[in-house]
Ligand binder design. Structure first.
Ligand SMILES: Cc1cc2nc3c(=O)[nH]c(=O)nc-3n(C[C@H](O)[C@H](O)[C@H](O)COP(=O)(O)O)c2cc1C
Length: 352
């Protein structure tokens, strides 16, 4: 079995807590498609291609978004230990059949930095953030909160497009419904959904029934996926979804793997900020996952950037956490000493 080893001047226990925080990131169907290689002077983040979802995410775009989200958590956790992370995205490697062979990111020691108050709040949110598929309270999200969310995305070179135009909201509603029906007509897609969702509580991955939210109902304005394998609890009468959720589209300025890794970090910074503000979030990914509807979405909503994720935000009630794999399952085998790469700054003496 692989064991966690010391790195960047942190003890094995501290490295384990950093990786545990990274793995708290959201991922499509809670597939947790990431792996880590620990070297004395760097931590590498790799995609776990055995966990890809070919029918839902044929280009691995959402896989890279998920890995980007894990990278943001990893950066925050290192900062929590007083380490300024020096991150290189896609440092080496090459394309193999459309996939990136090599690390998605390498994180090195970039000096000491005292964690700020804002950072400590975000780090706390790593543990408390959850995808909330239940109805939210029908109360508007204050303008000051919206501004903070836009800033959070911007701080990671992302852009948060807030959908305030009611005509645009109606268009999005229609595109979600169309994309959803197209996906549900694809047996490979529904097989993937059935495999990963509506699970009993004895798994380390996938979406458990307890986190799946209510079963969708025909009167729902927004078509949500059924994450309960048809076994979700029926809704209390009158507890319908809020008619006016805050809808935002997280966009990248560029296309391709690097932009997607950045977008994943922007997504996670936005979601963690949502949590610190006492807001809840869920995803409406259908129109971005279906390529021709994604193109239509850009045209209809006049979005010149590259949409990566659609979020529904609002004030929700607490929901249970989804499970995570043990950290030892996330480790790649230790490399031979010759593969150790050069590093720019030496970490301090390792703590035992
Ligand atoms: C790129 C991406 C797309 C997602 N799309 C959806 C979606 O369309 N519907 C949904 O309910 N959840 C979606 N999710 C949320 C995941 O199912 C969720 O992150 C995962 O089950 C782990 O649960 P947690 O976020 O509560 O930790 C998405 C997550 C990511 C990262």
């Amino acid at each position: 079995m692989n064991t966690v080893t010391p790195a960047l001047g942190l003890s094995a226990t501290e490295v384990e807590s950093v990786l545990e925080a990274a793995s708290r990131a959201p991922s499509v169907h809670n597939s947790q498609p990431w792996r880590f290689r620990i070297l004395d002077h760097q931590i590498e983040l790799h995609a776990d291609l055995d966990r890809r979802l070919p029918a839902t995410d044929p280009e691995n775009r959402e896989l890279r978004l998920s890995c980007g989200a894990a990278l943001l958590n990893l950066r925050l956790a290192l900062q929590g230990h007083g380490i300024r992370p020096l991150v290189t995205l896609l440092p080496s490697g090459h394309q193999v059949g459309g996939d990136w062979a090599g690390p998605l990111a390498v994180v090195r020691y970039g000096g000491h930095a005292h964690p700020s108050r804002e950072l400590t709040q975000l780090l706390h949110a790593v543990r408390t953030r959850r995808t909330n598929r239940r109805p939210f309270i029908d109360a508007p999200v204050p303008t000051a909160h919206r501004t903070q969310l836009v800033r959070a995305a911007e701080s990671e070179r992302g852009w948060l497009h807030i959908l305030s135009d009611s005509q645009h909201q109606a268009t999005l509603r229609e595109l979600i419904a169309r994309a959803h029906h197209e996906q549900m007509a694809n047996p490979d897609f529904t097989a993937e959904l059935a495999t990963w969702t509506g699970r009993e509580d004895n798994h380390h991955d996938g979406v458990p029934l307890s986190a799946g939210g209510p079963q969708p109902e025909p009167q729902d304005e927004w078509v949500l996926r059924d994450f309960t394998a048809g076994r979700g609890h029926t809704r209390v009468p009158g507890k319908d979804f809020e008619p006016h959720p805050l809808l935002v589209i997280l966009c990248a300025f560029h296309e391709g793997p690097l932009a997607e890794l950045q977008a994943g970090q922007a997504l996670q910074h936005t979601l963690l900020t949502t949590t610190t503000l006492g807001l809840s979030a869920s995803f409406l990914s259908q129109p971005i996952e279906v390529p021709h509807i994604r193109a239509e979405l850009r045209r209809a909503l006049k979005i010149t950037l590259n949409p990566q994720a659609i979020l529904r935000l609002g004030f929700g009630s607490p929901v249970p956490a989804t499970p995570r794999r043990p950290v030892t399952d996330l480790l790649m085998p230790s490399p031979t000493p010759t593969t150790t790469q050069r590093h720019s700054e030496h970490p301090p003496q390792r703590r035992s």
